[in-house]
Design a protein around this ligand. Structure first.
Ligand code: 9UX
Length: 72
């Protein structure tokens, strides 16, 4: 079953940043869809919670050079 999480992303300043974050999230095994909005600084991620974790998603964003936090 898929889960969806919204992440607040800090550090994006251009459209290339958006693509970098989307690619970083998409490359995490278990991520089915990742869409990032620059204006709202939010990412919507659909993933399989049996395959990946919120920590892994946040870690992928951090490794790409941005900051991520779960939107409650
Ligand atoms: Mo363009 Mo976004 O250099 O860091 S990719 S501002």
């Amino acid at each position: 079953a898929a889960a969806t999480v919204e992440l607040a992303i800090e550090g994006m300043t251009c459209a290339s940043c958006v693509r970098r974050v989307e690619r970083a999230l998409s490359q995490v095994p278990g991520v089915q869809e990742a869409s990032v909005n620059l204006a709202s600084e939010r990412a919507l991620v659909r993933y399989d919670p049996h395959t990946t974790s919120l920590d892994a998603l946040i870690g992928a964003v951090e490794a790409a050079g941005y900051h991520a936090a779960i939107v409650p």
